[in-house]
Design a protein around this ligand. Structure first.
Ligand SMILES: Nc1ncnc2c1ncn2[C@@H]1O[C@H](COP(=O)(O)OP(=O)(O)OP(=O)(O)O)[C@@H](O)[C@H]1O
Ligand SMILES: [Mg+2]
Length: 331
């Protein structure tokens, strides 16, 4: 199988700021590939070079086999884009928005109607085609934008934060469509998202980006597997005493006291727990509750960047984006 995207040392500078710093990545045909990273990491800038909207400062990339600098027209014909910021015309109906896009891409008049019906069906908006977009919910708008991105049969679909600000059920629905698209049409999908758990479920491979650089790349399971240890949280009366008692035991890789709890990294925690509980009994530490958790993508992020993505405050820009999506522009 070939590569849908190959980027080599792709770099974008804005004055003194290096927004994308020598990024190399390969995305296979038919793959769902996720770009994860905090606000300002460079995800949108990286995508904008791949979709030919910005010229790289240095480095090169091909999309669907075409060079993004030498053959931008061929690249554009091969891709669909769902932008991070809303880009539908609210005053027009859903159907008119799709029609406009079809005209722009030169889809012949007689094929347009059939294609509009087809893409509307894919995102379950068939019954709403003649309604104005301003009557749509945030989730429906997003689905319509995805439908629009699919109008001209793209080989590669770029989705920049397709689910930001939507409720969990609608987010799950959107990921469902994305997976179906890949299964039915073999489309390659490149997406960015702040929701690490969802990226874990939907992506075949991910790249973690921080300050313009890829700090880790691979299958979610591989990346989590590399961290190997499970996370164990023990709520108890004397966490420091328990820490002293368990430290040095086989399989205990890290122990930290935080508030009224002991946080452990333990390899194969399920099997080690009885021993830990019996150590606690001997040390006369009463355990109130105990939680075992496998490494998550957030742990992977923390491991490579030293920060937790969950702790990153939503930027003012994100809040604005969320409000816009919920209520539509101009309201
Ligand atoms: N046109 C521009 N001019 C100057 N700086 C820019 C421009 N576009 C982006 N930047 C800067 O480049 C960096 C990367 O921005 P980018 O939008 O690519 O991040 P992102 O990962 O998409 O963030 P978010 O999660 O908020 O969407 C940021 O520091 C941003 O301020
Ligand atoms: Mg962005």
């Amino acid at each position: 199988m070939g590569y849908a995207i190959e980027a080599r040392c792709l770099t974008k500078k804005f004055g003194d700021l290096t927004a994308v710093d020598s990024v190399s990545l390969s995305v296979r045909e038919g793959e769902i590939f996720g770009l994860l990273g905090p606000n300002g990491a460079g995800k949108t800038t990286l995508i904008s070079m791949l979709v030919t909207m910005r010229k790289p400062t240095s480095g090169s990339a091909t999309v669907a086999g075409f060079d993004v600098v030498k053959n931008p027209g061929d690249v554009r014909r091969s891709i669909g884009i769902v932008f991070q910021d809303p880009s539908l015309d609210e005053e027009l109906t859903a159907s008119e928005n799709l029609e406009l896009h079809a005209a722009m891409y030169g889809i012949p008049g007689q094929q347009r109607e059939a294609r509009i019906k087809e893409v509307a069906k894919m995102v379950e908006l068939s019954g709403r085609l003649s309604d104005q977009v301003k009557t749509f919910s945030g989730g429906m708008r997003r689905r319509l934008e995805i439908a629009r991105g699919l109008m001209h049969f793209p080989k590669v679909l770029f989705l920049d934060e397709p689910t930001l600000g939507l409720d969990p059920q609608t987010r799950a629905h959107i990921w469902d469509y994305v997976r179906k698209l890949r299964e039915k049409n073999g489309i390659t999908v490149v997406l960015t998202t702040h929701y690490l758990d969802e990226a874990d479920l939907v992506c075949d491979r991910i790249a973690i980006i921080d300050q313009g650089k890829i700090v880790a790349q691979g299958k979610p399971a591989e990346l989590k597997g590399k961290l190997s240890a499970d996370r164990v949280t023990i709520h108890c009366r004397f966490p420091a005493r328990l820490k002293r008692a368990v430290w040095g035991q086989d399989g205990i890789l890290k122990a930290d006291v935080a508030g009224g709890r002991l946080e452990l990294r333990v390899s194969d925690a399920g099997r080690k727990m009885p021993a830990i509980v019996s150590i606690a009994n001997k040390a006369k530490v009463a355990i109130r509750s105990l939680e075992i958790r496998k490494a998550s993508l957030d742990d992977v992020f923390l491991h490579y960047t030293g920060r937790s993505m969950r702790d990153e405050p939503a930027s003012a820009k994100d809040s604005l984006r969320i409000r816009r999506r919920a209520w539509g522009r101009g309201r």
